[in-house]
Design a protein around this ligand. Sequence first.
Ligand code: BES
Ligand code: ZN
Ligand code: ZN
Length: 484
Amino acid sequence: MKINVSALPLAEQKKEALIVFFQGSENLLPSGNNTLKKQLETLLKKSSFKGEAGQTAIFPGAESQIIVAGIGKANTFHNGLLEQAAGAAVRTGQAAGLKSFAVTATIKLKEVSEADYQLLVGRGACWGSYEYLKYKTTKKKKTTPTLSFAGTIKDRTAIKRAQAQGTALLSTADVANGPGSDSTPENIAQWAKEMAKENGLSCQILGDAELAKKGCGGILAVSQGSAKGAKMIILKHAGTDKKAKPIVLVGKTVTFDSGGISLKAGKGMGWMRYDKCGGMAVLSAMQMIARMNLKTPVIGILGAAENMPGANAIRPGDIITAYKGKTIEVLNTDAEGRLVLVDAIGMALDFKPAAIVDVATLTGAVIVALGSAAAAVLSNNEKLTQSLISAGATAGERLWPLPLYKEYTDDIKSDFADLCNISKSNGAGTATAAAFLQEFVPEDIPWAHIDIAGTAWLESPKPHQAPGATLFGARLLAQWILQK
Ligand code: BES
Ligand code: ZN
Ligand code: ZN
């Protein structure tokens, strides 16, 4: 999707489709646009369109078709709904064979600033144009669609950011949707290397031998049952602020999670190819940060491994040694994400970071708690929690805090090693997993963990997106770095 600005009023844009947003029955067109407003009134009298969130309708027009897209009522609004409405509008248009779209440069919506509107709508339109076609043998012809912001825009920063972020999302989408046979640790590492080169990031990759030499027994324990080796992928954005300590973003990148010897039930196991989505969000965020030339130095670390029950697989009861020496009794090989993450967090600490944020599809329990409406955030630092929640609200990716009580830490003490990788008493799965990670972070380093197990992918189509990876986390991480 190519985004541009065009001074003419929306109705005069010679585009295949004009997109108009609605909050319930109210159109959100800014002042002016009177002919279009009248036209819409007539069209909508005979339509079932109610401006509900995710709802769209398409009407033939004289020069251009008109696509209306709803964001729902004011009392249920959050920024994600505007981004999704833009995505849904583009998907509706593309389904009708349309390639050029226009929206107004501003909107009559008090909840959202002009710049945020442009970022959300531009990025949402990009994401709405995506289709995963790699394994379809009847190929569609790919032409790049366009989105024009109609009107005069003095400051084009938000438009440029929308393009940078939209491009980063689109370029990561195929890797994120790739099956375990294709998006392997090795292929992801190779992809990351090329992406880094194109975007001016530096990239370092550690394979099995280097990880063994360093003593990264967590990630290696996970991958030892697989024929595919592990990779620790480290990306660096230098930034222009030479005095600042780096922020480190860590992503769980389990390319397929069978559960290992603690094998998962067969039903739906194919979705576990999306267990790499924390890493995919970090990969995409790093590209966004590079493309926006943000001043803050940022490091992205992906712990990439496959969790399989091969002959050399780790067994329940085995004791492993993580990077920096802590021992872990592995009582359930399906609680593998935390084993990968603690090595990656250990490596993050080597950079003397200002803060560490990890993103992971870590627990099924977070789906019980929050469904797909929000991701959970758990942290050792209240200020960090609040700044992430705020960035998430702006970026349209909601976070909800869960506590890290001492009880959860007490429950992961082992009789045979320092820690045990699951809780002795069942319950609070998301908090227990976070409490485990916290044991590897010194108290004075601000750290937050974001559990995206419920938000990382869609299993059924939504108006704004086909089933597949959402790249949830990328938008909020980029926004959070941007706000620094
Ligand atoms: N990858 C899963 C978590 C998951 C579950 C992500 C469902 C997305 C959807 C993780 O590795 C896992 O299996 N966690 C276990 C932990 C348990 C064994 C303590 C879980 O959540 O059941
Ligand atoms: Zn697992
Ligand atoms: Zn997993």
